[in-house]
Design a protein around this ligand. Structure first.
Ligand code: DAH
Length: 353
């Protein structure tokens, strides 16, 4: 009977070993299952009480051997993966994926830096603002047809008697009179206002939410040459040496005179022509005319200075404003044919910047 119990124990030991070797779980789990307090080894060890006294010693030895077997296996396998596959520990680990600042935020930082170098102060004004700052104070009274150009979103809240309706700012020009008020109507003013703007338009060159930057300078004796110098400076800093600016007559209610601003094309250097592989001159594919239109500018209208509490007899100023997205996509080598990509959340696109 006792011999039988011993051979029975031997069979069970072999079974447990086999079971252990075939078990695919990770070592930590295996340790618990086989060598844990309530594990299979301890369970099997209880059998020793059924073994006759004369065989107890042998049984004890067999169980000890089993324990060593299990321990050794667990130790030698502890650094390899749970399926006991061979692993090359010299392979470099995987890099953590990390995000980065959005390309438009990068452009905003760069634009701020360029203007801060020549003494402009970066400010931000509300993106949900009163009609007063977005239109009325900018020489565009209610029902003025010029307002139509701004495709404005109105917010459904009761209007204020003095300030009018609430709008999602369609341009950063709302910051002009706000800045005059912030400085208590006391020039000099040198502001760069960069903020989100909203308009009811969406296509390859427009998104309903976009960014603009707005410059405003007011002081004694400010004239068009100061404006032109500032535009040339920006063109060179942002697009590289040799880039020129050009101003063309235009109309805005809040500037007089008003201009549209162009920058020379960096591909054809403002000529509108590039040589093909035979050396023949062809129309430049990027600009077609040598110039890119970017935005508006002008000398601040006396009515706008008055709305900001500044005497137009004593002070003059210039202003300019245009879109960050457009300014940025004109940069050399970018070739972005649809600005909606910027806000698509497509990380394969954004990771390139
Ligand atoms: N706010 C104008 C727009 O969104 C652009 C503009 C034109 C800004 C002339 C100015 C300016 O400061 O002087 O189209």
């Amino acid at each position: 009977m006792s011999a039988d119990t011993l051979s029975n124990l031997k069979i069970q030991i072999e079974k447990l070993k086999k079971d252990f070797d075939q078990n695919q779980q990770i070592n930590a789990d295996k340790k618990l299952i086989y060598l844990g307090k309530k594990g299979l080894f301890n369970e099997l060890s209880k059998e020793i009480k059924n073994v006759s006294n004369e065989n107890k010693k042998v049984a004890g030895q067999l169980l000890n051997e089993l324990k060593t077997y299990l321990q050794n296996r667990l130790e030698t396998n502890s650094s390899v993966d749970h399926k006991n596959k061979w692993v090359d520990l010299t392979i470099p680990g995987k890099d953590q994926e990390s995000g980065h600042v959005h390309p438009i935020s990068q452009a905003i930082e760069e634009i701020s830096g360029i203007f801060q170098k020549i003494g402009f102060t970066r400010v931000r004004y509300p993106e949900v603002d009163w009609d007063h700052y977005a239109f009325e104070a900018l020489n565009m009274p209610a029902d003025h047809p010029a307002r139509d150009e701004w495709e404005t979103f109105f917010v459904k809240v009761p209007p204020n008697k003095k300030m009018g309706k609430v709008v999602l700012t369609p341009h950063t020009s709302n910051g002009q009179v706000r800045e005059m008020e912030r400085l208590k109507h006391q020039p000099p003013i040198r502001m760069i206002n960069i903020a989100r703007c909203y308009r009811r338009q969406q296509d390859v060159t427009h998104t309903q939410m976009f960014h603009q930057f707005e410059g405003l300078v007011v002081d004694k004796g400010i004239n068009i040459q100061h404006l032109k110098g500032t535009l040339d400076y920006f063109a060179q800093e942002f697009y590289g040496p040799g880039t020129k600016s050009r101003i063309r007559p235009f109309h805005f209610q809040f500037t007089e005179p008003s201009f549209e601003v162009d920058f020379s094309c960096h591909i054809c250097h403002g000529t509108g022509l590039i040589a093909d592989e035979h050396g023949d001159k062809q129309k430049c594919g990027l600009c077609k005319s040598g110039w890119h239109e970017v935005g508006g500018a002008g000398m601040v209208h006396p009515n706008v200075l008055k709305a900001g509490g500044i005497d137009p007899q004593e002070y003059t100023g210039f202003a300019f404003g245009w879109g960050v997205e457009r300014t940025y996509t004109l940069r050399k080598g970018l070739n972005i044919d649809d600005i909606r990509y910027f806000y698509s959340g497509e990380t394969r696109f954004l990771a390139q910047f």
